[in-house]
Structures are given as C-alpha cells and as structure tokens.
Design a protein around this ligand. Sequence first.
Ligand SMILES: NC(=O)C1=CN([C@@H]2O[C@H](COP(=O)(O)OP(=O)(O)OC[C@H]3O[C@@H](n4cnc5c(N)ncnc54)[C@H](OP(=O)(O)O)[C@@H]3O)[C@@H](O)[C@H]2O)C=CC1
Ligand SMILES: CC(C)CCC[C@@H](C)[C@H]1CC=C2C3=C(CC[C@@]21C)[C@@]1(C)CC[C@H](O)C(C)(C)[C@@H]1CC3
Length: 614
Amino acid sequence: MPSVKYQKGDKVMGRWPGSNLYYEVTVLAFDTNNQLYTVEYKDGTELELREQDIKSVGGFQTRARSRSRSPGRRRSRSRSPARTTRRSSSRTVAVSAAGAGDGATALKNKKLMETLEVKLTPVQQAKTPENNSNNKHEKREENNAANKANEESNSKQETETEKIQGRYNLRRRKDEGAAKTAPSVEQAEKEPAKVAPVAPLCPPLDFGGKIGAYFWLLFLPAWVLFLILQVNLDDPSLANFPPPLPPVESFFDAHALGFVVVWILFQAVLYVLPVGKLSEGMPLRSGEKLKYRTNGFFAIVVSAVAVAAAVHLGLDLTYIHSHFLQLGVASFIISVLLSVYLYIRSRYVAPEKLALGGNSGNVVYDFFKGHELNPRIKNFDLKFFCEMRPGLIGWCLINFAMALAEMKLQNLNSPSYGMILVNVFQLLYVVDGLWNEEAILTTMDLMHDGFGFMLAFGDLVWVPFTYTMQAYYLVSHPNPLNIPGVMAIVLLKFIGFYIFRKSNSEKNAFRRNPSDPKVSYLKVIPTASGKNLLVSGWWGVVRHPNYLGDLIMALAWSLPCGISHLLPWYYMIYFIILLVHRDSRDMSECRRKYGSAWDEYCRTVRYRIIPRVY
Ligand SMILES: NC(=O)C1=CN([C@@H]2O[C@H](COP(=O)(O)OP(=O)(O)OC[C@H]3O[C@@H](n4cnc5c(N)ncnc54)[C@H](OP(=O)(O)O)[C@@H]3O)[C@@H](O)[C@H]2O)C=CC1
Ligand SMILES: CC(C)CCC[C@@H](C)[C@H]1CC=C2C3=C(CC[C@@]21C)[C@@]1(C)CC[C@H](O)C(C)(C)[C@@H]1CC3
C-alpha cells in the first residue's frame, strides 16, 4: 500500500460504525477500488472503514471513566452492536473532540457510551493539526456541522439503538454477500462477530431535516401554483397576495395529461435508441461504473424536427400557454407517482445502492431527498433520463410555445426582442447541457444525490414550469428593448456562458483523466482518497467558478423582461439561494471526503463563488 495514509499492520483508532466512538484497530489492507481500509478490532471483528473514520492513536488521550451500575443502564447496554460475549478490558474508546467539547453533546455522548456495551477505557481525542484551520469562517462552519452531526447521530442512537447495524457506510468485509439486511439485535448478540452492517450512514440531515421535508413537500408545489397564477395577472407582483384559486375542476385536464405522457414516452424512446455514445459514470462506492447513453443532443434535434413537423401539420402550440396550469398539474401527478415508485423500490435494493444523504431512516425525509442513488430499469437510468430529457427539452418547447403565444396575443409578425433573447439564451443553455451531457456525470446530482421527490419534481415540474417564467411573462407584459440594450445583454450572456462552460469542462476533463494534456499542467492538491483537487485554472479562482458563470447567465435571462416586476427575476433570486445552498452542501461533502486536503484547498482558494466578495 505505497500511496495510502495507513499501512498494513498500523495500530490506529477506528470509528465504531454509527457512533462517535473510536476503538483501537489494526489495519489489514486497503482496497484501492472502493477506497476502504479493512481493519480488525481487538475482538476479531473485521470491518471496512473509510479513511475519515480512522485516526492515528496519537490523536487520543486516556480519560478516567466511572461506570454506573443502574438497572436502566444495564438494560440499555445490552443493545450494543459492539457487544461481545468475550469482553476485553483492554480496548479503548474515545469521544470525538467536537462532541466532547460541547456540554450538551458530551452528555449525549456519555449516554451513548452507556447505551453501547463497551467495557473499555475511554480516551479523549486531542486536537489534531487537521482541525487547526486558519480560516475562521470555515472552522466555524465545520464545527457546526460536526456538532450537528453528533447531535443527529447521538439522539438517534439513544432511541434507536437496534437500528444501528443498518445505518452506516462502514462496510463489514466478512460475510458481506450473505448479509443483505442488518441482523436482529438478538442475532447480533449471539454472533457478535458476524454483525454485517452494510447500509450507508446518512450525513447530517439537510433541507431542515425531517420537519423541513414535510415543509418542502407542501411548499414546492404550492409555490409553482402561485407563480403560474401570478404570471397571468396584469400586475404580476411577487409581493401580491396569492390570487384566488380557480375552480377545482379546472386543475385537471385529461388531454393535458395525455400530452405530458406522450412527451415523456417520446423522450424515453429517443433515449433508448442505440444512437450516440455510451459514457461511463464516476466509480460508485462499490467501485462499479455505470454506463449512460449520452445521446441528448440527438434527442433535442429530433424533438425540434418533430415539433416543427407537428406545427406544420396544424398542431396549435399556443395550447401550452392556455393550458399551462393543467399541464403543470399533469406533470406534478406524474412526478408524485414516480417518486412513490422510486421510494417503494428503494426499500428492496441492496444497501450499497442507496444514496448516503437520503438514508436517514425517516420515510418522509428519504422520500423527499431520494433514497436510491441510481435507480435503473435494466439499463434505463431514471435519474439521468429525467434530469436531462423531458423537463429540459420541455423547457425549450414551452419557451417556443410562449413565443408563438406572444405573436398571437399581441398581433406581432415576429416575437419581440426580449422574447427572442430569452428563447435563444435558454435554448443555448439546454443545447450546451445536452452537447456536453457526459459532464453531468461528474455533478453532485448524479454522483451523490438520491432520486426521490426533490429531483423528480425538480426535473419534471420545477424546471419546465418555473424556468419558463420569463418567456411566459413576456407574452402579456411586453418590454421594448433598444439595440444597445440587446447588445449589452448578449455580451453579458456570453461572458457568463464562457466562464460556465470552461470551468465545467475543465473539472470534467480533470476528473475523467488527470493526465489529459488540457488539464495536466494545472496545479493540484493531493488528497488521501487518491483523487486530487485542482488549485489553479478556473478552480483556483473561486471554489465554484461554474456557479459564477451560471449566475451571470441568469442575470442575462432576466434583463430582457425589464425591472418593472419582480416575477421575471424570480429565477435569479431562486438560483442564488439554490447555488449558495448547493455550495454549502458540497463543502460539507468535500470536507467529509477529503478532510485536511479540503481545508488546505479552502485556505488557498478563499472565495466560494464571487472573487473577493463571497
Ligand atoms: N440551472 C440549474 O437549475 C442548475 C444548474 N446547475 C449547474 O450544474 C453544474 C454542476 O453543479 P454541481 O453538481 O452543483 O457542482 P459541481 O459540478 O461544481 O460539482 C462539485 C464537485 O466537483 C468536485 N470538485 C470541487 N472542487 C474541485 C476542485 N478544486 N478540483 C476538482 N474537483 C473539484 C467535487 O466532487 P469530486 O471531488 O467528488 O469529483 C465536488 O463535489 C454547475 O455548472 C451549476 O451551475 C446546478 C444546479 C441547478
Ligand atoms: C425543486 C427543488 C427546489 C430544486 C430542484 C433542483 C433541480 C431543478 C436542479 C438540480 C440540478 C439541476 C441541474 C440542471 C437542471 C436543474 C436541476 C435538475 C441542469 C441539467 C441544467 C442544464 C445544465 O447545463 C446542467 C449543468 C446540465 C444542469 C445540471 C444540474
């Protein structure tokens, strides 16, 4: 194991799965495919641990510990996954520094230690150089995340000790194939060395946790409805009171549902055609690489030809404008059905196929966030298809329909400048995404996020029915533009596009092949995981140059609508919130993956999205 941090035979501290407790373990091997260390606990238990769950023994110090003999304690102690019939008094256990430093968390950790049956000498983790970040801002964020993580995991363990076996990503090596599900507590107690926990640990809950999931499930559809009703008003101010709801029967239209179903099926047919490249995704936790049919550009070209032919044959596309609400409701129904299907099937898949972030054990949260990482029906990848096809290409179809509706309603021979700009800019964005479809395989959604309601609704409803707000707005709210105005907006769009495309391509090329001559000259920070971090080029300017380009483009999409109303600026506002939140999610994820190397990257590249500002 030449380039790995810990070597065979090293005595280190390994985190006990699902807890903040560290035991002395011996490193047996390192698997370069899945980047996991095989370690052996003193009782002979072998587990696979990630590097961030291993610490050097020097980082821990012994602490005196008194053991209570209360019956309650004795009762709860018997639930430990760590329990062995042959208890060793020489084992060591430690509470992580973050947890031990804080009173409330320390109390929880104490309880946790009592809950887990450990007849061991506790030691406290000393401050490691890793934690000594110069960047105060980052440090505060990490500590918060660490405390949050501890609180989440501790409170769960106090109440759901039995579930521990199924909640972490530290995969047991022995008996792996045989044990698809976590064994019962009784089994675990009888055969302690055979506890086979394979389900991934859920990192700290996102989006406001479980309560947040309920909120978003209700709020997101309500917000889309609000926007659709607002944009039809003469004065579509976001500050307006929600307009009165139309009669219930007007929400549903069977033709609209048929239209959406036909559109999705049409896209599905184009997706499965054996045309275009079969691209490889990034390695999964299992080391496997999935294959994706990246024929998105072909799909949009065929779609454009089919739509042009249909219009030529008399299809009135302004139907999309006049039945926008019904089409939105139909898509919503499909996204809900899809999410239910996705959640149900996720209950039957192997634990290593679950997304880390969507495996909290809470049905509503996991339903919302996405439980399974890459749900597939044979080779048909549902997440990839939904993200890149029906909604994305549907967005361009809707924009085009709005241009026709504008001409019809305002008696124009051609669409207005504003409408042309919005159509061309967004078409360029989508076509670019489809042309570089392979690059999406290195994005957060494909690599880390599960496929659940958030993405199903996002892809099938949110994108086509809210990203089209500027075009919809212009249909009945003309905003005359002069030529210099048009030129300035076009220039802005191209600056944004250049930054967006160059930075995304740079990262994609680097992740696919670091020795690609296009990127091999760039400076990097090596990480213990074996992957390096770019620290020069676009990724040396800010930590998310692609977001910066995307935001500049968003500005260029709203400007053609003028500044008299906030509604066409909704996308810009939403996008700032989305990207700031995504950046912080990505920060936590990268901190978890790359540890101190990530800290070093953050110290070197100090700004997140906008140089010298944020
Ligand atoms: N229009 C829209 O609605 C939306 C558009 N987008 C766009 O989609 C694109 C993808 O965004 P997103 O998936 O959020 O994020 P990124 O494509 O930026 O992916 C983040 C990942 O890149 C890798 N990475 C981070 N820093 C470095 C570095 N210095 N060197 C090498 N690799 C690094 C890390 O993954 P690892 O190390 O594991 O490879 C990290 O998790 C963006 O352009 C964004 O603007 C995103 C959301 C919505
Ligand atoms: C409903 C929620 C509040 C938010 C849902 C978010 C999703 C709508 C977005 C998450 C990431 C996305 C990406 C694109 C579209 C929007 C979603 C699905 C993207 C496909 C747009 C085209 C780009 O070129 C891209 C880089 C390929 C984008 C990837 C991320």
